[in-house]
Design a binder for this molecule. Sequence first.
Ligand code: HQG
Length: 179
Amino acid sequence: MDKQLKHTSKFLSLVLRHQPEEIGLQLDEHGWASVEELITKMNAKAVVVDMAMLETIVATNDKKRFVFNDDKTRIRASQGHSIEVELDLQPTEPPAILYHGTTGKYLASILQMGLQKQARQHVHLSATIDTAMAVGNRHGKPVVLTIDARAMHDNGFAFYLSENKVWLTEAVPVQYISQ
Ligand code: HQG
């Protein structure tokens, strides 16, 4: 992805997940923004974007972070929000094992309190060790924790799979976490 697209994509993450008010954008309760309004309001803040760029970002973004509705009049982030949105995800049976990528400095606290969603709407879990390593790497030297998702599921914890294949859950108590 070229530099311009990357910059625009990062800005999209900001306004569609965390701070729509940054450009005076209104998201509906499901996290959708009007494409027309988004383009106008991003351009007003000197962030270069048009429909063709949005289409490229939606199609080529490395993690498929954003989706259009059917007629491409609306756009939203598939996961990762800190603002409260209802993504309408159905509870889904997880694989037996999931992984969480983090870093050493959080470990003591995690092993004491379990995994908590912090600023986001969910705890994010990965299906593969590689993905968890990449997630942990964002915070420092990566540490990958193994989550007994089957036991959690059997004990009534709900799991959701975002449109871009990130596993989400409310919290992971300590007894389901191993190093
Ligand atoms: C840690 C990226 C102390 C947790 C990724 C993590 C992901 C605790 C940090 C998505 C804790 C939160 C989310 C506790 C959890 N004590 N630390 N009890 N419980 N933590 O960024 O999972 O590129 O909010 O381990 O790919 O790192 O944005 O969550 O280190 O899917 O699309 O608190 O963000 O996607 O950090 O990443 P984050 P995350 P995007």
